[in-house]
Ligand binder design. Structure first.
Ligand SMILES: Cc1cc2nc3c(=O)[nH]c(=O)nc-3n(C[C@H](O)[C@H](O)[C@H](O)COP(=O)(O)OP(=O)(O)OC[C@H]3O[C@@H](n4cnc5c(N)ncnc54)[C@H](O)[C@@H]3O)c2cc1C
Length: 431
């Protein structure tokens, strides 16, 4: 691909061999093949192998899309993602994978997994298809510069690799151990393409360690809400997992984008451990337990509704000591304190575990700098972006990978179509 001359078949270069880059490469190579144009698609990947992050997705099972994925799942980017999701919908994603032999199954809340329940199957079928189509992989190839030239070829990568079109698919900054170290942002800035501030999302929320340490490893089903003083900022229902540092589990991670972005605010996380019951019903439940068995040791008061250790920590925080006391000795104020904590257990939020522990990046290549119908940069024709490097993120459930497939395929298709028509023009001129 070095030192190309004007008039040769198109060269399309994809930077990053992750989910969106592989989808883009396959779509472009298919388009060249279908058009009978001898275009070359090359993937430049900084790691020794492509798709390392894909292998880690969905706890190794790869939740590759969600039956219900639609623009509002992408927060502020809803309008921007619409054309890509319309062009390459969830059904298209399933057909795309079925065309490569990968069959999928739906689980709860519309989450879709490969039938094998192995992320490796997803990566394998993408690699096999790319190889079948003649896509060239250059691994251990970190891209450090992309320069725009005045004429064809339009771009020079790392000073020597020429390309007529470039698709930037190098991910964001989350989980750099899987390859995406944020290096794409420098490439964008060098081309004068603006980058919105980035924050870690889908990440553990950190809280006062003294409060959570004794709960480490415990899981509860609850409603978690973020508060600044009395103002509720956001809320989620689902599993919460206590860790050494704070609160994890899907519901807590879904709220982490607010914590990351609003880090200057003093926030508290409130857990409602009994969301199906009103405060009055909780108080009635506790009173009935006391009436029914007043000799019961206090440490067992919450045994029927919470994991044992969670109940004991909560009782201690309500001031019930020693826990061997009979529940018949609890005063009204103590019962009220227990009832209050069950409905509104507060943890002061200190931040998040950061990019190294995050699953996605909020922020990135500014959406307004790209045409959502093609993923092409408005100021740098021939330069496209796809996936998480763009300022698009969503919650857990397969939505982020759906964006990687839709945007990657749209960028691949658009870039190839433009190269195909340029090539046809050139060859007909020459004829
Ligand atoms: C642990 C974990 C679990 C997840 N689980 C799910 C899930 O189940 N479902 C879901 O929808 N989403 C999940 N996600 C999010 C999802 O994986 C990402 O949103 C998606 O992979 C983004 O795709 P991408 O192609 O934009 O970037 P990436 O997949 O990050 O790929 C970018 C690639 O570019 C390479 N690269 C970076 N910089 C350069 C450079 N300068 N030169 C060359 N190559 C470069 C990287 O090495 C990498 O291979 C998970 C994320 C993590 C971390």
């Amino acid at each position: 691909m070095k030192n190309r001359m004007h008039g040769l078949p198109p060269e399309l270069c994809v930077i990053g061999g992750g989910a969106s880059g592989l989808a883009a490469a396959i779509e472009a190579a298919r388009a060249f093949r279908q058009a009978g144009v001898p275009g070359q698609v090359t993937v430049l990947e900084r790691l020794p192998r492509v798709g390392k992050k894909l292998l880690a997705t969905g706890n190794g099972r790869c939740n590759l899309t969600n039956r219900f994925a639609s623009p509002p799942d992408y927060f502020e980017a809803a309008d921007f993602v619409r054309p890509a999701l319309n062009r390459f919908s969830v059904d298209d994603t399933l057909s795309f994978f079925a065309s490569m032999g990968l069959l999928c199954e739906e689980e709860e809340e519309g989450r879709i997994y490969p039938m094998s329940r192995q992320a490796a199957s997803v990566l394998d079928v993408l690699r096999f298809e790319a190889e079948r189509l003649g896509v060239v992989f250059h691994c251990d190839s970190r891209v450090e510069s992309v320069q725009k030239t005045r004429d064809k070829p339009r771009f020079v990568i790392n000073g020597s690799i020429c390309a007529d079109a470039v698709i930037l698919a190098c991910g964001g900054k989350a989980s750099p151990q899987h390859g995406s170290d944020g290096s794409g942002y420098a490439l964008l800035r060098a081309l004068q393409i603006p980058v919105a501030e980035v924050f870690p999302s889908l990440v553990q929320i950190t809280a006062d360690p003294k409060r959570v340490k004794s709960l480490k490893g415990m899981r509860v089903h609850a409603v978690i809400s973020l508060y600044e003083g009395k103002k509720q900022l956001a809320s989620q229902r689902g599993e919460i997992q206590f860790t050494e540092f704070g609160l994890s589990g899907i519901a807590a991670m879904q709220l982490s984008r607010f914590v990351s972005r609003e880090k200057q605010r003093q926030m508290e996380a409130s857990l409602d451990l009994l969301p199906a019951f009103s405060s009055g019903e909780v108080a009635d439940y506790l009173a009935a337990r006391v009436r029914q068995n007043p000799a019961l040791a206090a440490e067992h008061l919450l045994t029927g509704i919470l994991p044992k250790r969670v109940g004991q920590v909560l009782l201690k925080q309500a001031g019930v000591e020693p826990l061997s006391r009979p529940i018949g000795s609890l005063r009204g104020a103590e019962i009220a304190a227990i009832s209050d904590l069950l409905k509104d257990w507060r943890f002061s939020v200190t931040g998040t575990r950061g990019f190294s522990a995050a699953q996605v990046t909020m922020g990135g290549a500014q959406r307004s700098a790209f045409d959502p119908e093609s993923m092409e940069a408005l100021s740098t024709l021939g330069f496209y972006a796809a996936g998480e490097v763009l300022d698009v993120d969503a919650g857990c459930g397969g939505f982020n990978l759906q964006w990687a497939w839709s945007s990657g395929r749209l960028a691949g298709e658009s870039a190839a179509e433009k190269q195909i028509s340029d090539y046809r023009l050139q060859t007909s001129d020459q004829g």
